[in-house]
Design a protein around this ligand. Structure first.
Ligand code: NAD
Length: 232
């Protein structure tokens, strides 16, 4: 059975995806900021990309090589650009993209050798369309689109696919921290389906994208957003 590494799977989308893939018979390694006493888990701060070496070496020694990578960990930041500090800007870019870019570079050699690999990035519709006062978050997520298309071309002959999923608003701890109850109601008002996406919907799409049935899908982004990117 294939080995899967899901970053940021101590809560929210990643946690549900880990549960789903374990139930499907995959061997899953999870990471998160929280310290958790569960099997195949490492607490790691991805705001410093140097920690990625520690993560990769730990996983390789204690779990095995990675066949499937889900680049999921990420932080939302709502802030006007003139309030942003350089340190925070770098930390968010590191957490949301640079650490995952580097982690991908470490797992790809084994995938190339095995002539099999699946990489799924959890981006965001904020990277597909703009979001006022979330320009940094949006930039960290849209980075995945160029990354995926380029890497899809580079790795196509090795049976390695790389795709992104861009969720709209999903009800998770991230959303609960970003929006109060009033803001949640206002948000749902502009979502065409008038509902939050459920984490399990993202998990199901991950399951499909890593399956053999999706072997021809690479370099793509799929918006799973309850209609939010369709227009108004
Ligand atoms: P969440 O807060 O429930 O989970 C985030 C996970 O990432 C946690 O495990 C957390 O520990 C980990 N994480 C965050 N920053 C980290 C860091 N610096 N170092 C190590 N781990 C870190 O949030 P979620 O909603 O499940 O988000 C998962 C992904 O989905 C994120 O990349 C987020 O940007 C993306 N996303 C979420 C929504 C939404 O509405 N919730 C929408 C679009 C995209």
């Amino acid at each position: 059975m294939k080995n899967v590494l899901i970053t940021g799977s101590s809560s929210g989308i990643g946690k549900i995806a880990a549960e789903k893939l374990k139930a499907e018979g995959y061997n899953v390694f999870q990471t998160g900021r929280k310290k958790l006493d569960i099997e195949n888990y490492l607490s790691i701060d991805l705001s410093d990309p140097k920690n990625v070496n520690k993560l990769y070496n730990y996983v390789k020694e204690n779990f095995g090589e990675i066949d499937i990578l889900i680049n999921n960990a990420g932080e939302y930041l709502y802030s006007p650009i003139d309030k942003m500090k350089l340190d925070e800007t770098i930390k968010i870019f590191n957490s949301n993209f640079i650490s995952h870019y580097y982690l991908t570079s470490l797992v790809v050699p084994y995938m190339k050798q095995k002539k099999f690999g699946r990489i799924v990035n959890i981006a965001s519709i904020s990277g597909v369309v703009g979001e006022a006062n979330a320009s940094l978050y949006s930039a960290t997520k849209s980075a995945y689109f160029g990354f995926s298309k380029s890497l899809a071309l580079e790795l196509a002959e090795y049976n390695i696919t790389i795709n992104s999923i861009s969720p709209g608003w999903v009800e998770t701890p991230l959303t609960n921290a970003a929006l109060n109850e009033q803001e949640k109601m206002e948000t749902l008002d502009v979502v065409p389906q008038k509902r939050f996406v459920e984490p399990v919907e993202i998990a199901n799409l991950i399951k499909y994208l890593i399956s053999d049935s999706a072997k021809g899908i690479t370099g793509q982004n799929i918006n799973l957003c309850a209609g939010l990117t369709c227009g108004c």
